[in-house]
Design a protein around this ligand. Structure first.
Ligand code: TRP
Length: 337
């Protein structure tokens, strides 16, 4: 039996170049690297999406985001499974069963819940229950590796606790995902990349920043994106050095260049270290970003919706089979069957 790598991808109405290069591209690389030997499940947690009001419509956001993966170079094969959570009812059903084993106390301690509920007069139960649904997402497929951002580590540990407790009480049923420290090793370094805000490079590039020149969106006209790079904040030290702490602006530009040209960061650093003309570096990065966006947008425009829908249908047939089997096993273990 092949082991499984699984991740849930949030679909947003739009992505910044930072989201794309820092999270999506590393995931695509990971999938391409492992999909010969592992099952790679990439699913859209659309039931998680509705814990708050949705910006844009879910079906078209889903299709657009999946096209991003394809345009980023995801190499499809029979081990890659792409599906929507809402089309696999076993997720919600297992969530309920796990709810009956999870405690209010442990869910109350979740940082994300605390943050999302802080100061609110009324909080929906979905926000509270979010991590249990996430545990179901993972345990249904016996996933060992779950590449996620640091903000999800606590949920991953909770998943392990829920699974361990269940196995102790009802007999060996679930495969535990590996500990977060081992997840980090598996994911490798690339996942830690944080593209910075172009005007305030101490901060991460974010879609919600008001200033247009702070961020590059994947949908930006390439020419416009190049101008944004040219107007990026640097520093007054006058000598190029990769140092995210003291020279975050210039370091951010080198990092962006490495990613858009698909070159090792070390090569970019050796090329530019010691140079004194920031304008030359900016012009190079601007040109590279422009080419990158032109090519990306071109690929994107050439992927028909039908291609994504076909992938989803095949993935959902697979997911219903695997998850349905596990759910039946769980129902038996707890005495429902
Ligand atoms: N909570 C994850 C996030 O916010 C998305 C997610 C939902 C997920 N279910 C998952 C990730 C299961 C990995 C595995 O990014």
């Amino acid at each position: 039996m092949k082991e499984t790598i699984l991740t849930g991808i949030r679909v947003n109405s739009e992505l910044t170049l930072g989201n794309f290069l820092g999270a999506l591209v590393p995931m695509v690389r990971l999938a391409n690297k492992y999909s010969k030997d592992y099952n790679v499940n990439i699913f859209v947690p659309d039931l998680h999406t509705i814990i708050s009001d949705v910006d844009g419509d879910i079906p078209s956001n889903t299709i657009r985001s999946l096209k991003y993966y394809l345009a980023a170079g995801l190499e499809l094969n029979e081990n890659i499974h792409i599906y929507r959570q809402s089309r696999v009812p076993a997720h919600s059903e297992l969530c309920w069963i796990l709810d009956c084993t999870a405690s209010m106390g442990e869910l109350n301690r979740m940082t994300q819940y605390k943050e999302k509920s802080e100061g609110k007069e009324s909080v929906n139960v979905g926000i509270f229950n979010y991590p249990v649904l996430m545990a179901a997402d993972i345990l249904l497929y016996s996933a060992k590796y779950v590449p996620v951002g640091e903000d999800q580590f606590q949920h991953l540990e909770l998943t392990r606790n829920i699974a361990m407790r269940f196995n102790n009480k009802f007999g060996e049923t679930f495969v535990l995902p590996v500990k977060t420290s081992d997840q980090v090793k598996f994911m490798n370094v690339e996942n830690g990349i944080r593209i910075r805000d172009l005007l305030n490079p101490e901060k991460k590039m974010s879609k919600s920043t008001a200033a247009e020149n702070s961020k590059i969106m994947l949908s930006d006209a390439p020419e416009r994106a190049a101008k944004k790079i040219m107007s990026a904040t640097t520093d007054s030290l006058g000598k190029i050095k990769f140092d995210m702490f003291n020279q975050p602006g210039i370091s951010n530009l080198m990092q962006i260049d490495a990613l858009v040209t698909d070159s090792p960061l070390q090569d970019v650093i050796s090329t530019w270290s010691g140079e004194t003309h920031y304008g030359d570096l900016k012009a190079k990065v601007a040109a590279d970003v422009k080419v990158f966006l032109e090519e990306f947008q071109n690929r994107l425009a050439n992927i028909p919706d039908e291609e994504v829908l076909r992938l989803l249908e095949a993935g959902e047939t697979y997911a219903n089979e695997v998850a349905g089997r596990k759910l039946a096993e769980v129902q038996k273990a707890v005495g429902l069957r």
